[in-house]
Write a protein that binds this ligand. Structure first.
Ligand SMILES: Nc1ncnc2c1ncn2[C@@H]1O[C@H](COP(=O)(O)OP(=O)(O)OP(=O)(O)O)[C@@H](O)[C@H]1O
Ligand SMILES: [Mg+2]
Length: 243
């Protein structure tokens, strides 16, 4: 099922281009990795997909609905979109603002007005899923970088979104923690979620992501390859190792 569709998207920042003429279809259940040089547009694309930014020109459709600036100006619709598409930011500090980890995870479900027993269950489930049980009563801003990433993911999962956007979720993690994160993302994909992540860690991601969208330094898509096809291209793989 076609879930996310971008047609001829351009995104201009005041003095620079973020994305240039990008068209893309992503189907439900895919595990996509966005790769490319620094400044090529990966985070900009994730911000557009999440509804945090609107393209300067071009069309974005999510599940058949045009996501325009007008659509996003409506707080209720914006909330509905954020319920279906969750995002873990590159900088998790901007995402964590509650006084305890449990409160952080409960925040989204509370906003939805869910019953307290349901909220409590979601907190417990999401703590367990992300291996954060021991962090339950800690203050989020005092956590280590890797712990913050897990808590940010837990807080996003608490809304049970269909699509998970993750901006550099492996940054700052040990190799073991990177593998744990990827295993969890694989489990989430197996449970039916669509995963779209930006990463520079081709070594770790190559066995997990199923599709690689590679940006160039002029903010366009340079290649869009299934893992099996990428495996036939040693030069391309060598390039990805340098990103
Ligand atoms: N808030 C901003 N204001 C102005 N320009 C920006 C802003 N954010 C990004 N840009 C510019 O837009 C372009 C795309 O940036 P983006 O953050 O999407 O790249 P990226 O691929 O995520 O890079 P990285 O690998 O470093 O995270 C870059 O040229 C960047 O300098
Ligand atoms: Mg980025």
């Amino acid at each position: 099922m076609l879930l996310l569709k971008l047609v001829n998207i351009c995104y201009d920042y005041p003095n620079t281009c973020g994305l240039d003429q990008l068209s893309l279809d992503i189907h439900a259940g895919e595990f996509v990795c966005l790769m490319g040089p620094n400044g090529s547009g990966k985070s900009t694309l994730l911000r557009i997909l999440s509804g945090l930014a609107s393209p300067t020109t071009g069309d974005y459709q999510f599940d058949g609905q045009a996501i325009t600036a007008t659509y996003l100006a409506d707080a209720q619709r914006r909330q509905q979109l954020h319920q279906r598409i969750g995002m873990v930011f590159q900088n998790t500090d901007v995402q964590l603002f509650n006084t305890s980890v449990a409160e952080e995870i409960a925040f989204g479900p509370r906003q939805l007005g869910l019953a307290s027993a349901v909220i409590e269950q979601r907190v417990t489930d999401c703590l367990e899923l992300t291996d954060c049980q021991d962090l339950r009563d800690r203050i989020p801003y005092q956590l280590s970088g890797g712990e913050k990433k897990r808590v940010a993911l837990a807080s996003v999962l608490a809304l049970n979104p269909e699509v998970l956007l993750l901006d550099e979720p492996l940054n700052g993690l040990t190799i073991a923690a990177q593998q744990q994160m990827l295993t969890l993302l694989q489990r989430l994909q197996a449970s039916g979620k669509t995963i779209i992540m930006a990463s520079h860690n081709y070594q770790q991601v190559q066995a997990v992501a199923e599709r690689f969208i590679i940006f160039n330094s002029t903010h366009q898509i340079d290649a869009d390859l299934a893992r099996a096809d990428l495996n036939q291209q040693p030069d391309r793989q060598a390039q990805l190792m340098t990103l």
